[in-house]
Design a protein around this ligand. Structure first.
Ligand code: DX5
Ligand code: ZN
Length: 221
């Protein structure tokens, strides 16, 4: 299980996004971009035009997390624009199989996100269609919230499910990941860690990425 770190630019300075991305380009595996539409979640961030611009100046592969209504309509365009990974929410997608296939068809990795209260078991049959399961460890919408330990049993069940299916699906956690909570999430079986405030509110974002990676690797064994 290879540990990967995906800093979330939600906690970065939005007036300097390309510089903020460059600050972690030597240490991060992905750049996590939170697309919020003020409907699926009560917050508004950025959309396709900003992602398209960022893609021209960012070297780290982009991990787009769509917290929007109607991801079926919009997700394939993020993949077509060049995002390396595009994740849609199970609660929002009306035709998840078709949408996940369209994302893959555009050459990106396809992710399926579950809110803390959404049961993993309802989506177990979709596993062959996904490259990554995103387990939200906060309610989506805002950075800087506390990690929800109640999601840990679901992460363990997801690890078992993935192992039973050949083990190639990545398990991402998003929300409240710090040097402290990353250990619990890694021990439960997560292998891709999104971190917003613990990276971008740190004095040295690149060093914060390395510290998270070291803690996760230690806990994952
Ligand atoms: C929240 C977003 C997260 C957010 C995490 O809905 O999906 O990606 O940036 O922020 P932190 O790491 O501060 O909890
Ligand atoms: Zn996110």
């Amino acid at each position: 299980m290879a540990i990967q770190i995906s800093p979330s630019i939600l906690s970065a300075d939005f007036a300097r996004l390309a510089d903020e991305a460059a600050a972690v380009s030597g240490t991060a595996d992905w750049l996590h971009v939170d697309v919020m539409d003020n409907h699926f979640v009560p917050n508004l961030t950025l959309g396709l035009p900003v992602v398209e611009s960022l893609l021209t100046s960012v070297t780290v592969p982009m991990d787009c997390h769509l917290m929007i209504e109607d991801p079926d309509r919009w997700a394939p365009a993020y993949a077509e624009a060049g995002a390396g990974s595009v994740t849609v929410h199970a609660e929002a997608a009306r035709s998840p199989v078709r949408t996940l296939r369209e994302i893959r068809g555009q050459g990106a990795r396809a992710g399926l996100a579950l809110n803390p209260g959404t049961a993993l078991e309802s989506y177990a049959d979709l596993l062959p269609e996904v490259d990554m399961l995103l387990m939200m460890t906060v309610e989506p919408g805002f950075g800087g919230q506390r990690f929800l330990d109640l999601v840990l049993p679901k992460i363990r069940r997801a690890r078992d499910l993935v192992a039973a299916n050949g083990g190639s699906v990545w398990l991402q956690v998003d929300g409240g990941i710090t040097e402290e909570t990353v250990e619990r999430a890694a021990a439960a079986g997560a292998d891709v860690f999104v971190a917003g405030s613990s990276v971008y509110k740190a004095d040295d974002p690149a060093a914060a990425v390395q510290a998270l990676r070291a803690q996760a690797e230690k806990a994952a064994g």
